[in-house]
Design a binder for this molecule. Structure first.
Ligand code: BG6
Length: 293
């Protein structure tokens, strides 16, 4: 399967009907549907499909940096690179993908890439769908350099929501956060849950491994489970910023919310030969499920 620019996409589907699509551009998950065929991830109607630029929406991989803190491009280069299918990946620990359908992707630096970021690595990404329709991403990054390097990583996840004003995030209360709207100044979350009535652009720190996004209008909850990723980015551009973005519709900020598992505050360091593993698992359940369990 290919997109309108000829970029290859891999489709995953399980017998009960849930499905996902993964683009080789950026290793980006660009669709995740439940068994009723409803799309769970947001993609902008103004998304620009190019062969060298990530699409506004889905789940993009930000690596090796988040933001634009160095000379590298914003959120790192991995999301704008062409990945390849890894037909013979090293095995994952037992039970890693039992009973799931999955695809393995691989990113390695080209000669040109090494001029921008002079570190040799292998970035393996497994995207899988369980029989119940849960979506999982497992990243393995190996240092195949002669010297250590460090990196940040974010699974930049755009959830599709009914109306941002009807959404709240639970699990981040009392966490410290860096506010990107105030030069990354540090604050402590005071609310019982995070709700939205203006632009929010924060990096929550040392967050719990399970966080929930509750959509009251849809009566649906996204449960986010993560491993190896202590931080969590929460972003909604709101009206003014949305209007300034070429690849986002003026009102589309109402239908999206980025809640992104990340390792930012303390970059991950790898010595030669070392490997790091990080995981994200997303489940979409009816809201009543969460209050009953
Ligand atoms: C968010 C950042 O995660 O990504 C925002 O916190 C940024 O500051 C947003 O504007 C979108 O970034 P980009 O590069 O995909 O337009």
């Amino acid at each position: 399967m290919k997109d309108c620019n000829g970029v290859e996409q891999v489709a995953l589907r399980v017998p009960r009907g849930a499905s996902a699509r993964v683009s080789l551009l950026g290793g980006q998950v660009i669709s995740w549907r439940n068994e009723r065929g409803e799309e769970l991830l947001f993609t902008s109607i103004k998304a620009i499909f190019k062969t060298t630029k990530v699409v506004r929406g889905g789940i993009a991989i930000c690596f090796p940096q988040f933001g634009n803190c160095s000379a590298l491009e914003q959120h790192g280069f991995a999301r704008n690179k062409m990945w390849s299918i890894d037909y013979d990946p090293p095995p994952l620990p037992p039970n890693g993908s039992n009973g799931k359908v999955f695809v393995d992707l691989l990113l390695k630096p080209s000669e040109d890439d090494l001029k921008c970021w002079p570190h040799c690595y292998e970035f393996r990404l497994r995207v899988s769908l369980s029989m119940d329709g849960d979506l999982a991403l497992i990243s393995r990054i190996r240092n195949i350099n002669g010297k250590p390097f460090s990196f940040s990583i974010v699974y930049h996840t755009y959830f599709s929501v009914s109306d941002i004003s009807e959404v709240r995030i639970e699990g981040l209360e009392t966490c410290d956060y860096l506010d990107n709207l105030c030069q990354r100044e540090r604050y402590t979350e005071q609310g019982d849950a995070i709700t939205f009535e203006s632009e929010v652009d924060r990096i929550y720190l040392s967050t719990p491994n399970v966080v929930a996004v509750l959509d009251h209008e849809k009566k649906q909850t996204f449960v986010i489970r993560k491993g190896g990723l202590p931080d969590m980015v929460v972003w909604n551009p709101w009206e003014k910023k949305a209007k300034s973005m070429a690849d986002l519709g003026d009102d589309e900020y109402k239908q999206m919310l980025c809640v992104a598992a990340a390792a930012i505050e303390r970059p991950i360091s790898l010595k030669p030969g070392e490997e790091w593993t990080g995981s994200l698992e997303l489940t979409a359940v009816p809201s009543s499920y969460c209050s009953d369990h």
